[in-house]
Design a protein around this ligand. Structure first.
Ligand code: SF4
Ligand code: SF4
Length: 230
């Protein structure tokens, strides 16, 4: 899932300064699961923002909230409909995709991010999420016993550890497991250590963000006459 955390009330209050009617839009998918921008968090932030505005003498600003199923799918914006245009600013509590989708849907309305989008990650334990994938566009997990060196090795090394790995921990941060220790241990467990003896080729970053913004086109799923041709 996409993992994000919320900007604080003062940051959001500063972003919307100069606006008189503000709609806070939560998202019911990833950011609900990571407790950053779902219905509950958007409601709490809305109350805190109204209180904060009152305290600085701007209690006349209208702050409303709504939450839609998903902000990364235009179909769900129908739930907001033309209602969104009644506001002079929208603050999205979706990930960066949701913020930009709202900006496209409401071209004449200021749109602000209520969250800081962090990464694609996994819930490790209650309240703890860890980054697992950087979306490089050409998954190489098969070469590395299912552990991603791009995301989880602090130096993105492809051919074994640096000299700083100590007792399974990374030299960059003591709370960080050394990805190469994890790769080695797991390769040993699954009997694929021989794969690690082959030199791993440099990564082709053109399939990652370095090649410009990416697009996936499934022509078999496109509606005839409407689907883009790659
Ligand atoms: S190799 Fe690429 S796609 Fe696979 S987990 Fe790592 S970053 Fe993600
Ligand atoms: S200690 Fe391990 S995880 Fe950290 S940079 Fe070196 S090889 Fe990568």
């Amino acid at each position: 899932m996409i993992v994000a955390n919320r900007k604080n009330v003062q940051e959001i209050r500063d972003m919307i300064k100069g606006h008189k009617r503000v709609l806070l839009v939560g998202c019911g998918t990833c950011v609900t699961v990571c407790l950053a921008g779902g219905e509950r968090e958007t409601g709490i932030l809305g109350s805190a923002l109204r209180m904060s505005l009152k305290l600085i003498g701007r209690g006349e600003v209208v702050v409303d909230e709504c939450t839609i199923e998903r902000q990364c799918d235009d179909a769900f914006f129908d739930a907001i409909g033309s209602h969104g245009a009644e506001y002079d600013a929208i603050c999205s509590f979706g990930c960066g995709v949701g913020v930009q989708a709202l900006a496209e849907r409401f071209p004449n309305t200021a749109v602000y991010p209520g969250l800081n989008t962090q990464f694609m990650g996994l819930l490790e334990s209650q309240g703890v999420w860890a980054e697992k994938c950087a979306g490089c566009g050409n998954c190489r997990l098969g070469e590395f016993a299912g552990i991603c060196p791009i995301t989880r090795c602090a130096k993105h090394l492809f051919n074994g550890p640096c000299g700083g790995s100590r007792e399974g921990k990374c030299e960059v941060r003591e709370d960080l497991d050394c990805a190469w220790q994890l790769i080695y241990d797991r390769a040993k467990n699954i009997g694929s250590l021989d794969k690690l003896e082959e030199i791993a080729l440099p990564n082709d970053w053109s399939t990652a963000l370095d090649g410009g913004p990416r697009k996936v086109v499934r022509e078999d799923q496109c509606i005839a006459g409407l689907g883009p041709k790659a």
